[in-house]
Ligand binder design. Sequence first.
Ligand SMILES: *Cc1c(COP(=O)(O)O)cnc(C)c1O
Length: 367
Amino acid sequence: MMKKNNTSFNRTTINFGAGPACLPLVVLEEIRDKLTDWYGGMSILEISHRHSKVMEHLENIERDFRQVLNIPEDFAVLFLSGGARGQFSAVPLNLLQGAKEADYIITGFWSYLAQQEGGKYCSANVVASSEPQQYRTIPPFKSWQLSDKAAYFHYTENETIHGVAFQEVPQVDKWLISDMTSSLLTKPIDFTRFGLIYASAQKNLGIAGITPVIVRKTLLGEAHPLTPAIFNYQKFYETKSLYNTPPLFSWYVLGLMVKWVQNEGGCALFAKRNAQKAALIYDLIDSSDFYSNVVDKAYRSPVNIPFNLPNKALEEKFLFEAEENGLRQLKGHKLIGGCRASLFNAMPLEHVEILASFMADFEKRYG
Ligand SMILES: *Cc1c(COP(=O)(O)O)cnc(C)c1O
């Protein structure tokens, strides 16, 4: 089924994992080629983050990151550790600023966890939840119970596990805070309504360890006094995110990913490409009685596609044969089972075509 050394990508396996996720071969090759000597005979793994060459490089990464996302000047770009889950705490600690309430909309596992964590620091108001619909849709705007007293409105743009995504920026009259862990760099962003955007790197920005936070500068400087310094945005702003020893390797890989997105043609290009990739799989599912996707068509994720086969036994067979053919990590998240194909930026159309033809072939044999 899967050709060895297929296309120009030259990988013998295809990784559909949701995070850690596949990286472009050129990025992996660059890492390999420079691994033992990034500068002056030193590896990026051993050089100091205070080295002038490193500091200069980190500034270039921020410049590229700003350029590729078109981040306005009135936003700071910080690089923290602790993943998206760290931000579930850092956001309320830094942005409540004396308020006792914040609004959260729950559309899947990740926004549920963000709300639960936020609830440790304030009254985390559930504006609406699609939990009664098993997170298969986004609650209609007219049902949202917004609070006047909320410091901000938090939402998860793309629910990586449930495969449900906001198609538009919510029209809410509060600073929007968004977990874009699985959607940052997949499309252009209009920053007008945003107070803060965060993303863990291992889905679409490289590898785990670094968490970019894009935050409106006017929101800095009023963290709760008990905020751990390591989560204090103002401290990271003042120190250019060199408050302590940063995860330099993850930061460096993020820089390579950003450059790669730039070189390929930017976020608008990826939005088109990702839609094209997703359509291949959704069209196949929709035209089949064998495969199914339970998400409301209006809110389907362009990058994470959960799908089912007629029964568990067939799903197991499917996953087993997929693995045999080099199509890896198609197993759905343990919360919802089934299968899931993650098609982040680094997944080329050619590889999605291979998955589509494997799926069609499997249906022919077992459907
Ligand atoms: C993966 C993921 C997280 C968790 O990220 P960590 O880096 O493990 O904390 C949070 N939100 C979304 C949308 C995710 O996809």
